[in-house]
Design a protein around this ligand. Structure first.
Ligand SMILES: Nc1ncnc2c1ncn2[C@@H]1O[C@H](COP(=O)(O)OP(=O)(O)OP(=O)(O)O)[C@@H](O)[C@H]1O
Length: 264
């Protein structure tokens, strides 16, 4: 089955980011098409996390713009980004370890609820009764995510007691609860064993397929990247050195030499 990739949804134009004298990103441009799985790869310190942080408004680049669905932003803050439908998972899990799986995923839903307060007010003109219905609908949506991610058996388990691979899955669930149009994944397979990586790859592809979510991911495991991505951007020392299909990137001389002598 060939999936339908749409128009450009996210357009990164000439982004440069400096920290004092350190050039984290230099003149980076690339685009992401709707329904695509787009990977950002590169050796350690190449600027991958910085790029994700520019997209989701954590860092403010000194130069360049980012367009989302044709709207161009010089600076976006994290709230604006979330409101527009861009969600993010983190390299180091940012879950509430003492809270249950269901409550953690619900925090993602609440993030969305807060960002849609106005819409909610209009949807719930009858006050508390409406709000309760909304709460029920949200619980239902969260249960749907739990089924989808096959973590029903752990619904009530405190997240801190789960194996690492399952914690990463809960983190994905929390981001999905925001019903994002674009999902940014920062090293979703980091620290996983082979089986956990295979599971996570399958879930990422299923999210892409069934929810229609556009995915931008940073990943170190080249095998995984080449397997699940439609197109790949390669960064090295803050510069873009490759951009194309996995096949094109694999045969790019500059990319090959950037990876020689590194552990990736
Ligand atoms: N908040 C910050 N303050 C100062 N320098 C930073 C900051 N964030 C990133 N850098 C620097 O920017 C450069 C790019 O770092 P970044 O973390 O984006 O790379 P990366 O490709 O994600 O690396 P890794 O694969 O190790 O996670 C590095 O030289 C890093 O030290």
């Amino acid at each position: 089955m060939t999936k339908k990739i749409g128009d450009v949804i996210l357009d990164v134009n000439n982004i440069s980011l400096r920290f004092g004298g350190v050039k984290a990103l230099t003149d980076i441009s690339f685009d992401v098409r709707e329904h695509e799985v787009r990977a950002i790869i590169g050796p350690n310190g190449a600027g991958k996390s910085s790029m994700l942080n520019c997209i989701n408004g954590v860092y403010q680049p000194q130069e360049g713009t980012i367009s989302f669905r044709g709207q161009t932003f010089k600076h976006m803050n994290s709230r604006q980004v979330a409101e527009m439908g861009i969600a993010r998972t983190f390299q180091n899990l940012a879950l509430f370890k003492g809270m249950s799986v269901i409550d953690n995923i619900m925090t993602g839903r609440n993030l969305r609820i807060k960002s849609n307060l106005f819409a909610q007010a209009f949807r719930n003109p009858f006050g508390i009764g409406g709000a309760q219905k909304e709460e029920e609908a949200n619980r239902e949506f969260v249960e749907h995510i739990i089924d989808f991610l096959e973590i029903q058996a752990h619904r009530k388990t405190p997240v801190g007691q789960l194996p690492y691979g399952l914690q990463k899955r809960v983190d994905l669930g929390r981001a999905l609860a925001m019903e994002p149009q674009v999902l940014l994944l920062d090293e979703p397979m980091a620290g996983m064993n082979l089986e956990e990586k295979q599971d996570m790859s399958r879930f990422i592809l299923d999210v892409n397929d069934e929810f229609g979510t556009t995915i931008v991911l940073i990943e170190h495991d080249m095998g995984v990247v080449m397997d699940i991505s439609d197109r790949v951007v390669v960064l090295d020392y803050g510069k873009k050195i490759g951009d194309g299909t996995p096949e094109e990137v694999r045969n790019n001389e500059e990319v090959i030499s950037a990876y020689l002598g590194t552990s990736h």
